[in-house]
Design a protein around this ligand. Structure first.
Ligand code: AMP
Ligand code: MG
Length: 530
């Protein structure tokens, strides 16, 4: 490692690299592909790139890390976040985890194209880990190259920050760096591999530990390593629990918190219309953060059966409407992995029950907030179910409908406020009577609350975003960037920084999916090739 360049870069982060300092590592350095036993990480350096160039960065994330504009604009920054140099104190590594993919145990997976540069504490006391995605091969790259293409990197960079601003727990993104190197990908898995522009995103989170980190030592019967990782995770990532007890009681409390955090994340997804697309257990964060933005997508017309992931087109396991139950299944896999630490698995069952209870409560909260009600009664659940049925049958845009509904006058309920949300005039006309009946019912319920129109509007506008990162918007930014103009990435990021504000002049970014985007690759269909 000594020959790798180190540059002066003023990070406002005191790097303590706790993960590598506290947990057992691999004795071999470098990217020779291998099974790594008895270790949770492998030391590996980024592979240098031809010409690192910062295309975009997140101002909020730079701020949180204590990086000023001059630093972000420096050559040193491009070199470090393009993988060509390290800053003092960084200890790069790839971590070792397994996972269930599409319902099946897949064995060791690990950071095949992610390399953590360092981990530490910012001036405000918050912990952050800096991780490059696409910085070259690691021991876990299996048959792949460890790289990422520009299109998928733009999507991860933008969506990480968009989700944060929407108030949904997520890993973050600091920077998007073009590498100047080509990456070969077979985008449609049809034998037509072609070179594409490469890029590297620097992801940031308090922790990148996944369910799969616990599943792998469990699968290998390495209970000592499993226990060591659990103790470390509680101490570093759940410090408020440490001292609350010990042994099974502490582990039980911790598992319950993982369950409730996961419920909060999924409830956030369902509120804003986000479809993760690849909810494998290696893509589930122990902190309940949305992680690994691959073939994700956003609901345009409301459809609980939709998935953007063409690799999952057959079973559609990860369809929008199934996400709450898939999260429960994934938590069950985590619970199973933790079971050797328990004599009595009652606390694990209690954690799973806490997931179900928390999700049910948050779902009711979503119903109340989205409909602008002070609370959610049983009748409101039915009201929302009927609406969902109508939105699906009528091919109605989810985001536009709920945002428009805030403007309804309960004294004179009219579909005019949601006129823009319909994709199909024939379906709209056919279902007009049913929509009108629903609106009257809803208006009556609003009348019963005794609340002012202003209070209701405020509640609805805080829960129903005006701007989401629609698939076609991201694709437009990608098309332009691939043609040499990255300005749309920055503009789109800027819009997504205030998703609940109206932002006059930026109406185009709130427009429903245009017809051309309905079946275009990247807009409605995404493969895992990234
Ligand atoms: P994903 O489906 O993106 O969550 O990836 C599943 C596994 O494949 C993880 O272990 C990734 O690190 C690995 N992987 C995905 N793409 C690449 C790549 N281009 N190079 C190396 N490993 C990869
Ligand atoms: Mg992954």
């Amino acid at each position: 490692m000594s020959t790798f360049p180190t540059v002066a870069l003023d990070l406002g982060l005191a790097l303590d690299n706790r993960f590598v300092r506290s947990l057992p590592g691999d004795s071999e350095t470098g990217s020779r592909r291998r099974q790594v036993e008895g270790a949770l990480w492998s030391p590996v350096l980024p592979t240098p790139v031809a010409a690192p160039r910062v295309l975009a960065h997140s101002p909020e994330m730079a701020d949180a890390l204590g990086l000023d504009d001059a630093t972000v604009a420096s050559t040193a920054f491009a070199n470090v976040f393009g993988g060509n140099a390290l800053a003092a104190g960084m200890m790069p590594y790839a971590s070792n985890y397994g996972g269930h993919q599409f319902g099946h145990w897949a064995g060791q997976l690990g950071d095949g194209r992610a390399i953590t540069l360092g981990e530490g504490v910012a001036a405000d006391g918050r912990r952050w880990e800096l991780q490059l995605k696409g910085a070259g091969p690691t021991p876990y790259s299996r048959t792949a190259d460890g790289r990422a293409v520009l299109r998928s990197s733009i999507r991860e960079f933008l969506c990480s920050e968009a989700m944060h601003h929407l108030g949904v727990p997520t890993t973050r993104a600091l920077s998007l760096v073009a590498t100047g190197d080509a990456v070969v990908r077979d985008m449609f898995y049809d034998g037509n591999a072609a070179p594409e522009a490469g890029a590297i995103v620097c992801r940031v989170a308090p922790s990148f530990i996944r369910f799969g980190h616990f599943e792998l030592p469990y699968a290998r019967g390495d209970v000592a390593l499993l226990r060591q990782l659990v103790d470390f995770t509680i101490a570093r990532d759940f410090p408020h629990l440490a001292g609350e007890g010990e042994g099974e009681a502490l582990y039980g409390d911790w598992f319950a918190e993982v369950c409730t955090r996961t419920a909060a994340m999924v409830a956030g997804w369902m509120r804003v219309g986000f479809v993760h697309g690849v909810m494998n257990t290696d893509n589930m964060s122990i902190l309940g953060l949305t992680i690994d933005y691959g073939p994700y997508g956003w609901i345009d017309d409301y459809d609980p059966d939709w998935t953007p992931n063409t690799t999952d087109a057959q079973g559609r396991r990860y369809r929008f409407g199934w996400q709450p139950r898939v999260a429960h299944w994934n938590l069950s896999r985590l619970g199973q992995a933790l079971s050797p630490l328990f004599d009595d698995i009652t606390p694990l069952q209690a954690g799973l029950d806490a997931y179900a209870d928390t999700y049910a409560r948050l779902d009711r909260g979503n119903i109340a907030a989205k409909l602008g009600l002070p609370d959610c009664r049983d009748g409101d659940v039915a009201l929302m179910q009927r609406l969902h049925g109508l939105l699906q049958a009528g091919e109605v845009d989810m985001t536009l409908f709920f945002r428009g509904l805030a403007d309804l006058d309960p004294a004179a309920p009219s579909l005019d406020v949601v006129a823009r949300a319909y994709y199909d005039a024939e379906k709209r006309d056919r279902l007009r009577g049913e929509f009108d009946a629903w609106l009257r019912h809803y208006a009556t319920r609003l009348g019963e609350t005794g609340e002012s129109a202003e209070a209701r509007r405020a509640r609805m506008r805080a829960a129903n975003p005006r701007f989401v990162l629609r698939n076609y918007l991201a694709q437009q930014a990608i098309d332009r960037a691939e043609a040499g103009d990255p300005s749309r990435i920055i503009e789109l990021l800027d819009v997504m920084r205030r998703p609940y504000d109206d932002q006059p002049g930026r109406e185009a970014f709130a427009a429903k999916r245009p017809d051309w985007a309905r079946t275009k690759a990247g807009c409605s269909m995404l493969s895992c090739s990234s």
